[in-house]
Design a protein around this ligand. Sequence first.
Ligand code: GLY
Length: 398
Amino acid sequence: MSRFFIFLIAAAFALQSCQNQPKQPADFIDDNVKFAAEQYGLQTALIEASGKVLNPKSFIDGKIKYIRPQEWTSGFFPGSMWYLYELSGDEKWRELGIKYTEALDTVKYLTSHHDVGFMIGCSYGNALRLSGNEAYKAVMVQAAQSLSTRFRPDAGVIQSWNVTGGWQSQRGWECPVIIDNMMNLELLFEATRFSGDSSFYQMAVTHADNTIKNHFRPDYTTWHVIDYSLADGSVRNKHTAQGFAHESTWARGQAWAVYGFTVCYRETGDPKYLEQAEKAFEVVASHPNLPSDGVPYWDFNAPNIPAEKRDASSAAILASALYELSTYNKSDYYKGWADKIMQSLASPDYRAALGENGNFILKHSVGSIPHNSEIDVPLNYADYYFLEALKRKRELER
Ligand code: GLY
């Protein structure tokens, strides 16, 4: 076969593969940035008019739900200010970013749950990256110090929740660790870089390794909660909290696993973490219950699929993780998936109309169905990861 002929066949394959990619208008990113800035412009105008520093999380029964700095989701709204600044270049978002980030100053001392990584990473982490204010490093190191108080050496994990109060005290757990906790490790890696103290890094990889060992089933689906013995570190229970059943696959948990192990690979270069992220995503990609638009039901094994709620937050987390994953391996495959999910999220099925949805960007997320809480509502973390995904998409396409 002549070289020319081989070239023609290759070109035809390339064209076919381009045609199979979801089509997105050239101005997809601009359109979404413009919309997000307008929608969050309404959100922040409301807050500024109140004269208070408020932190919106959701919109429930016609009311915007604001949260205290101590709640696990408090870093996402300030973080979205920073992504809006990065995406739009408008200084207004930088100023708001500083204001809403610094309102979380006391979070660095929080030791009562594991989410300090989310809270400080999304707010101060982005603030440091985009403002260049070196003083934020000390906040992050202090936050990592607080998080590290929850490390349990016998089990080799960071305890997620306390069991001395609230609904967690009624489950018979000693040391519950949830798959979501993978998301708090980035702060520990950063703290080692900023402080030179390698113990944060060691805790992060020990936690990640024990998560691989105990949180994954042989088919790479995840258990939501692993309960460890405080006496000897053994596994006492494999449970769920926010999923449908102990043996089901809670959609956001699986998305946290994909994202968390992608970060671990970025931070360590250890291929076992890349493999774990890829295998965790294959569960999603090949699941018979994944809808054709790529936005998962709240649990892959929810009993009444297709009459079950979708969780746009899981989709946004996956899209953002997949853009990063595409920079490490199988780039067209992972970027293709991320683009497909983003196309769905940016469609009127999920993206709100201006001034509606409590001024949040995305509709149709689920907090916790078993707790009858935040069902089919906007959530600030869905918006945060949607904006982060937009930023990553733009970087990849530039
Ligand atoms: N990290 C809590 C959640 O994903 O609902």
